[in-house]
Design a protein around this ligand. Structure first.
Ligand SMILES: NC(=O)c1ccc[n+]([C@@H]2O[C@H](COP(=O)([O-])OP(=O)(O)OC[C@H]3O[C@@H](n4cnc5c(N)ncnc54)[C@H](O)[C@@H]3O)[C@@H](O)[C@H]2O)c1
Length: 431
C-alpha cells in the first residue's frame, strides 16, 4: 500500500503529493496482517503466540465445514486447545453474545478467533471484551467506553466486505434499541488478521454482492468524509477522525481494485485473481473506515436494517447512488479522484470526472443487482421515520461532508425510493 497523502487534484490518479487539508494521518491496525491464498494454514502458529486455549466464534454453516476442521487441526498441532461456539447468527443479535459468554464461565480462554463473516468477527470482538472486562455489551456502547486492552482477537474473514478484521468497531442488534448499535474503541482492533481469499470462493453471488458493495461504500464514505482540524486532541477524543492521508490512500487503492474485479468475482466465484482483489479491497475498506469512518448511507441503513432485517451491505449499496449525488456538490475533487481510481476520469474537467465516477459506482451497484430500498421492504410511508431515525446516528451524520438534517435525509430516502438518479446541476462551494 502506498501510504502517501492524496492530492486534491482530480488528475492525480488519487495517490500523489501531500496537499493542504489532507496532511494529517492516523492508523490503528492489527499487529499481524497476513494476506494470501492458503495463508489460513498459518492460523495455528500465529494463535500459539497468544496462549494455549482459544475460543473460535463461528456460525452453524462454517461450524461443520472442512475449513474449520482443518483450522482446528492446525491449532491442535501447534499445542492450542480449541473451544468452538458455532451459533453466531447473521447481523449479530445480542442474545447470541450473551449465550456464548455465559457458556464460558469456567473455561480458560487466552485468545478469541472470529472465523466467518463480519457477524462472527464482531462476535469475537465483543466476547473478548466481555471476557476481559465483564459486564454487559450495553456498558460499552458508543465510542471509547472500553476501559483497556481485551483478549487478543484473531480475525479470519470468509466474506469480503465488512473489513471488520481491521476495524475498531463491533456492531450488534440489540432488541432494546430501534437500530443496530456499535461498540467503538481502538482496543477492539484485532491483534491479527489472516485474510485468505480462498475462503471466499464458496460465497454465493448474492453474498458476494452484499458484502462487496458494503466495502465499496466504506471506501467511498471514508474518502468523502469530513476533514477535521488536526488538533492534538483529535486522535484521542475520537475513534473516527474523518478523512486523513492514510485512509485516503487505502480508499483509492481499494476502489481501484473493486472497479477492476468486484463484478468478475460475483460472476466467476473461483476466479482467484478477482477474489484476491476483492478481499484486499475489503481489507483496505476496513483500514479506511477504521479511522475515516462512514456517513449518510450507513446512518440510513441502520433503521432500514432494523425494519426490514435485510443484509447490511444491500442497504448501504441501495442508498449509495443517492448519497453520492447529495454529497457531490461538497466533494467534487474527491469524486473526480475516485473517477481516476475507477479508470473513468478524463482529467479535463473535475465536475465531469466526478459525475463519471458516480455513474461508474452506479454501474457497480446495478451490475451486482443490489435490490432497491423498495425491494428491501421499505414502504413510502416509512420514509419520514427512517429519515428521522437515521439522524440519531449522530457520529455518522457528523462525518458526512454535507450537512444532514431531516429534510436532507428525507430527500435522499425519497430519491432512493423513486429511483431518481438526476445528477445535481449546480457546482456549489466545497465544505
Ligand atoms: N465491525 C465492522 O467494522 C463492520 C463493518 C461492516 C459491517 N459489519 C457487520 O457485519 C455483519 C455482516 O457481515 P457479512 O456481510 O460478512 O455477513 P455475515 O457475517 O452476517 O454472514 C452472512 C451469511 O453468510 C454466510 N457465509 C459467510 N461466509 C461464507 C462463505 N465463505 N461461503 C458461504 N456462506 C458464507 C454466513 O454463514 C451467514 O449465513 C453485520 O452485522 C454488519 O453490521 C461490521
Amino acid at each position: 500500500m502506498n501510504f502517501t497523502a492524496t492530492t486534491d487534484s482530480p488528475h492525480g490518479g488519487g495517490i500523489g503529493p501531500v496537499a493542504s487539508g489532507t496532511s494529517c494521518g492516523l492508523l490503528r491496525l492489527p499487529r499481524t496482517i497476513l494476506f494470501g491464498a492458503g495463508q489460513r494454514r498459518a492460523l495455528g502458529s500465529i494463535t500459539a503466540g497468544y496462549g494455549r486455549n482459544v475460543l473460535i466464534c463461528t456460525d452453524a454453516r462454517l461450524g461443520t465445514s472442512p475449513d474449520l476442521a482443518e483450522l482446528t487441526a492446525s491449532l491442535n498441532a501447534n499445542g492450542v486447545s480449541v473451544n468452538v461456539f458455532d451459533r453466531t447468527e447473521p447481523e449479530l443479535p445480542l442474545s447470541g453474545v450473551v449465550e456464548c459468554v455465559a457458556g464460558l464461565a469456567h473455561t480458560p480462554i487466552d485468545s478469541v478467533i472470529g472465523f466467518g463473516g463480519g457477524s462472527c468477527i464482531d462476535m469475537a470482538k465483543v466476547v473478548a471484551l466481555l471476557l476481559s472486562h465483564g459486564g454487559q455489551p450495553s456498558d460499552y456502547y458508543g465510542e471509547n467506553a472500553v476501559p483497556g486492552p481485551i483478549l487478543p482477537v484473531i480475525a479470519v474473514p470468509t466474506t469480503a466486505g465488512t473489513g471488520s478484521e481491521a476495524t475498531p468497531v463491533a456492531v450488534i442488534a440489540d432488541p432494546d434499541r430501534a437500530m443496530k448499535v456499535g461498540i467503538s474503541s481502538p482496543h477492539l482492533v484485532p491483534q491479527a488478521a489472516i485474510c485468505d481469499p480462498e475462503l471466499t470462493y464458496s460465497c454465493p453471488a448474492s453474498l458476494t454482492a452484499a458484502s462487496g458493495i458494503d466495502a465499496v461504500v466504506h471506501l467511498v464514505e471514508s474518502y468523502t468524509a469530513v476533514r477535521r482540524t488536526p488538533t492534538a486532541e483529535l486522535s484521542s477524543e475520537r475513534v473516527f477522525i474523518g478523512k486523513s492521508m492514510f485512509s485516503d490512500s487505502a480508499a483509492l487503492e481499494g476502489l481501484s481494485l473493486m472497479g477492476r474485479s468486484l463484478l468478475t468475482a460475483q460472476r466467476e466465484p473461483s476466479n482467484g485473481d478477482a477474489r484476491r482483489d476483492v478481499m484486499l479491497a475489503s481489507f483496505l475498506g476496513g483500514v479506511a473506515i477504521g479511522t475515516g469512518g462512514t456517513s449518510a448511507a450507513h446512518a440510513l441503513q441502520y433503521p432500514i436494517g432494523a425494519a426490514t432485517h435485510t443484509p447490511h451491505g444491500f442497504g448501504v449499496g441501495a442508498l449509495l447512488p443517492y448519497v453520492t449525488r447529495y454529497n457531490l456538490p461538497a466533494r467534487v475533487s474527491e469524486f473526480a479522484a475516485i473517477g481516476a481510481s475507477l479508470g473513468v476520469a478524463s482529467g479535463v474537467d473535475p465536475w465531469t470526472d466526478a459525475v463519471s465516477a458516480i455513474e461508474a459506482l452506479d454501474a457497480i451497484v446495478d451490475g451486482l443487482a443490489v435490490p432497491t430500498i423498495a425491494e428491501l421492504g421499505v414502504n413510502e410511508a416509512d420514509l419520514p421515520t427512517i429519515a428521522e431515525q437515521g439522524l440519531l446516528a449522530k457520529r455518522l451524520v457528523d462525518n458526512n461532508p454535507r450537512q444532514l438534517d431531516q429534510a436532507a435525509m428525507f430527500t435522499i430516502m425519497t430519491n432512493a425510493f423513486r429511483g431518481d438518479r438526476t445528477m445535481p446541476d449546480s457546482r456549489p462551494d466545497k465544505n
